[in-house]
Design a protein around this ligand. Structure first.
Ligand SMILES: Nc1ncnc2c1ncn2[C@@H]1O[C@H](COP(=O)(O)OP(=O)(O)OP(=O)(O)O)[C@@H](O)[C@H]1O
Length: 550
């Protein structure tokens, strides 16, 4: 399963990976020639025939070929690695974007961040560098063993005994290493989660003077990760040299046993030198293969977490979606019941209708289910039972993007990104002109404060709009929604941070902003309630007191 996932991820890069494998195999074949040529050259020198120009020339040729192959494979490996990483990152990012909000509410952001950055980068290297070079490592190791056994047949008996022992040792160590690697990846995720939360909470941390507790909590997580990393690197540091040493000892023992053959003349000096060089050559792939074993364990963990995410169903459209043109804005909730996992129902058989062009104020106690109602209308959540219709069309039968294009939603917390004010407003509609952006900003009562900023609409507002006040952020987000020019506008406490003048001005301008659309105002504020044609009170998931505004 894990292997199938790996093949799937490698598929778009198969040509480059195959080329890498081919080049490294050629490189391994060239490397295997070096001991033979070395032995030949040594033989010529030791027998003092003086005719060692032939082997020297061959050796130089092979070394030049090796340098060329290594340069080419180095370039291809670097490029493939960068491409694999970019592909994995965008694949995971795009998939995360398409997963329902309920998935994100169940998973830690830190875990997802660690997976899509640090873990994926390790996996990319594993795929494009380590695995691509694996066939060449095997060829070098097997080639060296075969060529050594041709020189001294005793090796042909020793190898089948040594290999399973070596493999079993690696397997035992590998299990231990996998557990440590998994714990380390979890610890890294916890660090990312704490770092991003601490930065998001910074003003609260400062005002409640919780710096030392925050630092202690962070240091604890760092210590856990540090200790696991030390364990991991210790094992890697021991594994390589120890396997080299074992392979070396084996080779030297065989070499020593070959000493007799040299004296008895069964083996020539040049064959003896070649044998020794093959033995030295063998230690490198053996040590690297042991390293690969550890990396395989770590990659398995990443692949299984990645698989769990990539196998989670994304938001989907019906097979033949009902086409939607510009809607009139009639909304009907029919007997809708919904509950979050493990919670009591938030909405209980709720029925509610809005006429096209109507402005409805939705009010009621905190936690009554008002925002949840909006999530259901946007199909961010799906009701357990009941039907929601737009202009009489069941929203389950339409394509998600078609549905969401009809609706502009201003959530309780302004969602702003690191960019200019212009970019943040233009996020509402691709291709909007500066005039349209300015008109939306005027309706949202944002134009005047924007004009007072040093760079006006080009002012950079920082991550999450940190360089704006709460009320200014709300005005930008409201302008964005107005710019979208939707059939349905939903304002969820969208003016809660407006100052009195701003709110009064918005109420005065609201007729223009609300013209020709259905509006849902979720609010407790009397000034905003006064904008509504009708006020509906939601309590414990049900409509309790609909009444007409005076
Ligand atoms: N993702 C979630 N998982 C579990 N429960 C949730 C989730 N989101 C909201 N709830 C719960 O659902 C209930 C309704 O929440 P909702 O946000 O719809 O209320 P609301 O009427 O908009 O409240 P407020 O006036 O405070 O904005 C609350 O009890 C809340 O705790």
């Amino acid at each position: 399963m894990t292997f199938a996932r790996l093949l799937d991820l490698a598929h778009p890069h198969r040509t480059a990976l195959a080329l890498m494998v081919l080049l490294t195999l050629l490189e391994a074949a060239a490397v295997l020639l070096v001991p033979a040529l070395g032995g030949w050259m040594a033989g010529e020198v030791l027998t003092a025939t003086g005719s060692f120009l032939g082997p020297v020339a061959c050796l130089l040729l092979v070394l030049t070929l090796l340098a060329l192959l290594r340069t080419t494979s180095g370039i291809i490996s670097g490029r493939t690695s960068a491409r694999v990483l970019a592909h994995l990152r965008t694949k995971v990012h795009d998939h995360l974007q398409c997963l329902p909000l309920s998935f994100h509410q169940r998973h830690s952001q830190g875990d997802l961040l660690a997976l899509s950055t640090y873990e994926i980068s390790r996996l990319g290297d594993f795929l494009a560098v380590t695995l691509a070079a694996l066939p060449a490592q095997l060829l070098t190791a097997i080639g060296a063993v075969v060529l050594m056994s041709r020189i001294d047949a005793a090796l042909a008996v020793a190898v089948p005994i040594l290999v399973p022992v070596f493999y079993l040792g690696l397997k035992m160590l590998g299990r231990h290493l996998r557990r440590i690697a998994q714990e380390h990846q979890k610890a890294e995720a916890a660090i990312v989660a704490a770092a991003s939360e601490d930065l998001a909470m910074l003003s609260a941390i400062k005002s409640f003077t919780r710096e030392s507790e925050t630092a202690r909590r962070f240091a604890e997580r760092v210590t856990v990760s540090r200790n696991l990393l030390i364990k991991e690197t210790d094992i890697y540091a021991i594994l390589g040299p120890v396997t080299s040493l074992l392979a070396g000892i084996g080779a030297v023992a065989l070499l020593a046993s070959g000493g007799g053959s040299l004296q008895s003349g069964e083996i020539s000096p040049s064959a003896m030198v070649s044998f020794f060089l093959y033995a030295a050559l063998l230690t490198r792939p053996v040590a690297e293969l042991s390293h690969v074993y550890g990396q395989v364990q770590s990659a398995k963990g990443t692949l299984s977490r990645l698989g769990a995410i990539l196998d989670t169903a994304t938001e989907s459209d019906p097979a033949t979606p009902h086409p939607l043109g510009r809607m009139r804005g009639q909304i009907t909730f029919e007997n809708v019941t919904f509950c979050y996992p493990g919670r009591d129902p938030v909405l209980r058989g709720l029925s509610l209708s809005l006429r096209p062009g109507e402005t409805l104020a939705l009010t009621g106690p905190n936690g009554a289910g008002k925002s949840t109602l909006v999530s259901l209308l946007l199909r961010l959540e799906v009701p357990e039972c009941g039907t929601i219709r737009l202009d009489g069309v069941d929203i389950r039968t339409v394509a998600l993007q078609d549905l969401r294009r009809q609706i502009a939603w201003v959530p309780q917390r302004p969602l702003l990104f690191d960019g200019s004010i212009r970019e943040n407003i233009a996020f509402g509609r691709a291709g909007a002109t500066d005039t349209e952006i300015e008109r939306a900003a005027r309706l949202a009562q944002a134009h005047d404060f924007i004009g007072d900023l040093p760079h006006g609409y080009d002012t950079e507002i920082g991550e999450h709009g940190v360089r704006l006040s709460g009320g200014q952020g709300q005005r930008i987000v409201l302008a964005r929604a107005i710019l979208k020019d939707p059939a349905i506008l939903i304002l969820d406490e969208a003016t809660s941070m407006y100052d009195l003048n701003g709110e009064t001005a918005f109420v005065a301008a609201a007729a223009a902003a609300f013209r020709d659309r259905t509006v849902i105002l979720i609010t407790h504020r009397p000034a905003t309630l006064a904008l509504a044609d009708r006020i509906v009170v939601l309590e414990r998931g049900q409509v309790v007191a609909p009444r007409t505004a005076a």
